[in-house]
Design a protein around this ligand. Structure first.
Ligand code: URA
Length: 214
């Protein structure tokens, strides 16, 4: 959390930072990039889910009966903003195999530069924590739009966490102004956006690097 961006949480665990440095570099393969994104998401997921409510159930171990902690209620939904969100969502799936999954497809309109929806598929909102995933918070418009979609679907801001890999100050500002109560988790806050709205230093186009496209 910082004074300027109270809803931004930079997860600066050494493993996350090391893997992000590897992922930023040119010259790594699609396979390596995909694997790094997944591993980083897995590590970040551990922190993002820290506050999931716990209840106790009576279980039998081979030696005794005990009251053991389990996650309470309907648990978690993982929602990827397509397509780069898929690369981090896969790490969260590995961590929480029974989580429901949703997808929000957005493309950027050529003229307005604003996100336009082309696919919305979401699990039942009731009682679930929604983790919305998009690696790059650049202008912040897709991130804001993703949360707006969840709100429209009946998910309050209080039940949403946003997971990114790299954020730009410009995007965090836009996101925070629109959804001040949604925590935004990222591995790094970079310097700025360039004229094409790429994050600098960033890592390039996350979707292209993830899927090996141009
Ligand atoms: N989307 C990306 O994939 N990379 C950026 O730097 C900005 C937006």
């Amino acid at each position: 959390m910082s004074d300027a961006f109270p809803n931004l949480h930079i997860l600066d665990h050494p493993l996350i930072q090391h893997k992000l440095t590897l992922a930023r570099q040119t010259g790594i393969s699609t396979n390596q990039f995909r694997r790094l994104l997944k591993e980083i998401a897995l590590l970040m997921g551990y922190e993002i889910t820290r506050e999931l409510p716990i209840e106790h159930q009576t279980i039998e171990t081979p030696l005794a009966q005990m009251d053991a902690p389990v996650i309470l209620g309907k648990k978690v939904a993982i929602v990827s903003i397509l397509r780069a969100g898929l690369g981090m969502a896969s790490g969260l799936q590995e961590l929480m195999p029974s989580a429901r999954e949703g997808h929000i497809g957005l493309y950027r309109d050529h003229d307005t530069k604003r996100p336009v929806e082309y696919l919305i598929k979401l699990p039942e909102p009731e009682g679930r924590l929604f983790i919305l995933v998009d690696p790059m918070v650049a202008t912040g418009h897709s991130a804001v739009h993703g949360v707006d979609v969840l709100n429209r679907h009946g998910v309050p801001d209080a039940n949403i966490r946003f997971m990114a890999l790299v954020a730009a100050p410009e995007g965090v500002e836009v996101f925070q102004a629109a959804h001040p109560d949604v925590p935004l988790y990222a591995a790094a806050l970079d310097d700025r956006l360039n004229e094409q709205a790429y994050i600098v230093p960033g890592l390039g186009d996350a979707g292209d690097r993830l899927f090996g496209t141009k």
